[in-house]
Design a protein around this ligand. Structure first.
Ligand code: HEC
Length: 113
C-alpha cells in the first residue's frame, strides 16, 4: 500500500504532462497547415535565404553573387539556378519547395530596374 501511494502522484503527474504536451503539439501543427495553403511569400523567402549574399535590394554581390537588378535570365533559368545552385550559390532543392522557389524567383525578377 505504501508503494502505491508513492507511485500514484507520479502517475498522475505523467498523465497531466502528457495531456499538456498533446495540447501544445496540436496547435502549431494546425497553424503550419494554414500557412501551407497560402501561396508562398517570395519576399519573405528572399529575406530569409538570399539576403545574405544578394542583399535586400539584390545588389550586394557578396561571394561573386550576381547583381539581381541587372540579371537578364528568364524565370525558367532563375528557377533552375535556385533549385540546382551554381558556383558559390547552394542548391535550394533540399530547403525550399517547388512553389517557394518559383515565388522567390519571381520576386528576384521584381527587383530588376
Ligand atoms: C552563398 C551566397 C548566395 C546565396 C545565399 C544566394 N545566392 Fe544567388 N547567387 C550567388 C552567386 C555566387 C551567384 C552567381 C553564380 C554564377 O553565375 O556563378 C548567384 C546567382 C543568382 C541568380 C542568377 C543571376 C543571373 O542573372 O545569373 C539568381 C536568380 C539568384 N542567385 C537567386 C538567388 C535566390 C532566389 C536566393 C535565395 C533562395 C539566392 N540566390 C541565394 C550566391 C548566393
Amino acid at each position: 500500500m505504501k508503494k502505491l501511494l508513492f507511485i500514484l502522484p507520479i502517475l498522475l503527474l505523467l498523465i497531466a504532462c502528457a495531456d499538456a504536451n498533446d495540447k501544445k503539439s496540436t496547435k502549431p501543427a494546425k497553424k503550419e497547415k494554414k500557412a501551407d495553403v497560402k501561396a508562398p511569400d517570395g519576399k519573405k523567402i528572399f529575406k530569409i535565404h538570399c539576403v545574405l549574399c544578394h542583399g535586400a535590394d539584390g545588389k550586394l554581390g557578396i561571394n561573386g553573387s550576381k547583381d539581381l537588378t541587372k540579371s537578364e535570365i528568364s524565370l525558367e533559368e532563375a528557377i533552375t539556378q535556385i533549385t540546382k545552385g551554381k558556383g558559390l550559390m547552394a542548391s535550394y532543392e533540399p530547403i525550399l519547395s517547388k512553389e517557394e522557389i518559383e515565388a522567390v524567383a519571381k520576386y528576384t525578377q521584381s527587383l530588376r530596374e
